[in-house]
Design a protein around this ligand. Structure first.
Ligand code: BEZ
Length: 210
C-alpha cells in the first residue's frame, strides 16, 4: 500500500554515500526532503542532484536534510557525484541512498511499474521532525522537479505549523494567508491582533509578514 500524508515515514537501515544510516536516527529531529530518481549518469537526474546541492543553504536555513535515493550502488553514486559537481558547478554534500535491492524503493512505493519496472520514478517525501509524512509528489522520469515549489511547500508547512492559517493558491512567503475556518472570529482576533479581512465568513485573509 502506498504511503499517505499523515503516515509515519517507515524507518530503514541502508548504505549511503556517507556510510550506513538508520533513517529516523539520521534525521535527528530535522525535517527531511527524501527524493528518489531513476538512475545515476542520466541527464535530468544530474541537474536535480546539482540543484539540491546548490540549494544546501536554503535547506539548512529551514532545518531540512536532503536525502536522495536511486537503485544504483554506492560505487556508482560516488563516481556520478564527481560528474554532478563538475557539470552543475557545485559540491554535493548530502547522502544518497544506494538501493540496488530496491528494499527502500519498495517500502516507499517509489517504483511505478506503468512508468518503469525496475527504476524509481521521481518521488518526493517531505517529512517533519516527528517523522510524519507531510507531502508526497511523484514526477515522471522525463520531467525534472521544480525546486522553488519544494522550498515553497516547506515554507508553507512550517508556517501553518506555527499559526492557525492555511495558504491560498500560488501562495509565496510574504503573501497574505487564510485564517483557518476552525478558528472563531473571537479567537482569530486574539491570534492576529493586526486584524484580518473578511471576504466571506469562511474566507478571511491576514498579513503575517514574511
Ligand atoms: C534522466 O534523468 O534524464 C532520465 C532518467 C530516466 C529516464 C529518462 C530520463
Amino acid at each position: 500500500m502506498s504511503l499517505r500524508i499523515g503516515d509515519t515515514a517507515p524507518d530503514f537501515q541502508i548504505e549511503t554515500t556517507q556510510g550506513p544510516i538508520r533513517f529516523h536516527e539520521w534525521a535527528g529531529g530535522s525535517w527531511v526532503f527524501f527524493f528518489s530518481h531513476p538512475a545515476d549518469f542520466t541527464p535530468v537526474c544530474t541537474t536535480e542532484m546539482g540543484r539540491t546541492a546548490q540549494l544546501a543553504g536554503e535547506f539548512a536555513a529551514r532545518n531540512v536534510k536532503p536525502l536522495g535515493l536511486s537503485t544504483d550502488s554506492v560505487k556508482e553514486h560516488l563516481a556520478w557525484i564527481s560528474d554532478v559537481d563538475a557539470t552543475q558547478n557545485t559540491s554535493l554534500k548530502f547522502p544518497i541512498v544506494a538501493d540496488p535491492d530496491k528494499k527502500v524503493a519498495a517500502l516507499y512505493d517509489m517504483i511505478h511499474p506503468g512508468e518503469d519496472d525496475t527504476a524509481a520514478v521521481r518521488t518526493v517525501f517531505i517529512i517533519d521532525p516527528d517523522m510524519k509524512i507531510r507531502l508526497t509528489m511523484a514526477y515522471p522520469m522525463t520531467i525534472g522537479r521544480n525546486f522553488s515549489e519544494i522550498l515553497r511547500v516547506i515554507d508553507a508547512l512550517q508556517l501553518t505549523d506555527r499559526m492557525t492559517v492555511a495558504c491560498p493558491a500560488d501562495w509565496k512567503p510574504g503573501d497574505r494567508v487564510i485564517v483557518r475556518p476552525s478558528l472563531s472570529d473571537e479567537k482569530a482576533k486574539e491570534e492576529f491582533p493586526q486584524g484580518f479581512e473578511t471576504l466571506r465568513p469562511y474566507l478571511r485573509l491576514v498579513d503575517v509578514g514574511s
